[in-house]
Design a protein around this ligand. Sequence first.
Ligand SMILES: Cc1cc2nc3c(=O)[nH]c(=O)nc-3n(C[C@H](O)[C@H](O)[C@H](O)COP(=O)(O)OP(=O)(O)OC[C@H]3O[C@@H](n4cnc5c(N)ncnc54)[C@H](O)[C@@H]3O)c2cc1C
Length: 411
Amino acid sequence: MYLDLDRSLTPEQAALRKEVHRFSEEVLRPAASELDKLHDPEDVVKPDSVFWDVMRTYYDLGYHISSLPEAVGGAGLGVLEQNLVGEEIGWGSSDFSVAFGVASFPFTFAAGSTNEQLLKEVARPFLEDRKAEYIGCWAITEPQHGSDTLTVGMEHFRDPNMFFGVTARADGDEWVISGQKAAWVSNGTIATHALTFLGIEESRGAGMAGGGVALIPLDITGVSRGRALDKLGQRALNQGEIFFDEARIPRDYMVAGPEAYPFVLEGVLTAANAFMGVTFSGVARAAFEEALSYSKERIQGGKPIAEHQLVQKKLADMFAKVQAARTLSRETQLYNSAGAGAVQLSIASKVFCTTTAHEVASDAVQIHGGLGLSKGILVEKLLRDARASMIEDGSNDVLSLVAGRKLIDAV
Ligand SMILES: Cc1cc2nc3c(=O)[nH]c(=O)nc-3n(C[C@H](O)[C@H](O)[C@H](O)COP(=O)(O)OP(=O)(O)OC[C@H]3O[C@@H](n4cnc5c(N)ncnc54)[C@H](O)[C@@H]3O)c2cc1C
């Protein structure tokens, strides 16, 4: 082994890492590879798809509640353990890693609430679910507002001429929701619940800062979906539009209003970007390991290409980048868990790890030569998956602007 990944871990942590690695290798990777080849993204989530076998296994193992605190009914995994699990799942499939991550998102919000109705109707069924019957999504992007929704702290976030396309208006004990979320919503066509970031009608004029966060069950009247999105990478990840046409939710299902909205958004960016950093440090590691292994097998110039100095140099550079990504993503999670999270650090981790995954996957393709461009070869898929990650959850350019603003404004 090129490095002992368990050396600094306790026996329990090492056992956990190995257990999740096996799940990734035996379940996630083959399934993601099979789904990646499907021509029609609708087929990824058809009832007899292996996608559902994977989701059911994940829930059956209780992994879906692993990071939730024991106090709310989760498994209460420690932060380092969460990091180990996240990296291994990313190593196996970034498509499934993101699907799993957003699947728990609305329920994590509900579980953290003190509202009895939310706990009983939303959080509890998810916590008890072992069949993947409760699946969440994060609906923030809109056809007319992508980056605009994420640029918290920047001047135009408060531009009165800008506002969400999906809005909520108060009506007695209910909120009435209308508008459309973009086809980019992960788990969009299969989710049962959406944590929806939307505009509060009373705050129209406050720009994107006049937002709120609503927990919306997606089986209610007035909700419909688009077709599954066809895209370059992470093809096993289902995505699609959600339409709201005067859909009504109880008043308490609005879990944050305009006063809290910028803080909640920053908190979500902090958590989501840290998660992306971990997932894509796993992708970078996967690409490096594929390249290392292939370089020892492929004979050119009368010897394995690993014996050629230029290939050795490339492998050493890839290894350094992978280790830097693993270290930064782990350190980010540890830092954030020790107090209030730092969005600038999480963004640094996301941007660095996704960029690294893309660079390392590209080098891994290069080391594979023509074979690396062939369909069915893992590094070809990893390159496409990593490319998508540089736009996913915010384009790296725009996220860096948010981080830069934060660094400058910090006192
Ligand atoms: C794989 C994947 C998964 C995703 N999952 C989800 C999800 O679960 N939920 C969800 O709601 N969304 C999701 N998204 C959407 C994602 O968050 C958006 O694609 C992203 O925020 C960018 O928005 P956009 O695509 O509309 O690009 P745009 O915002 O239109 O940006 C286009 C280009 O302009 C640049 N740009 C934009 N604004 C500025 C500015 N102010 N200054 C300088 N440059 C700027 C950007 O960097 C980019 O290069 C996902 C996307 C991907 C690719």
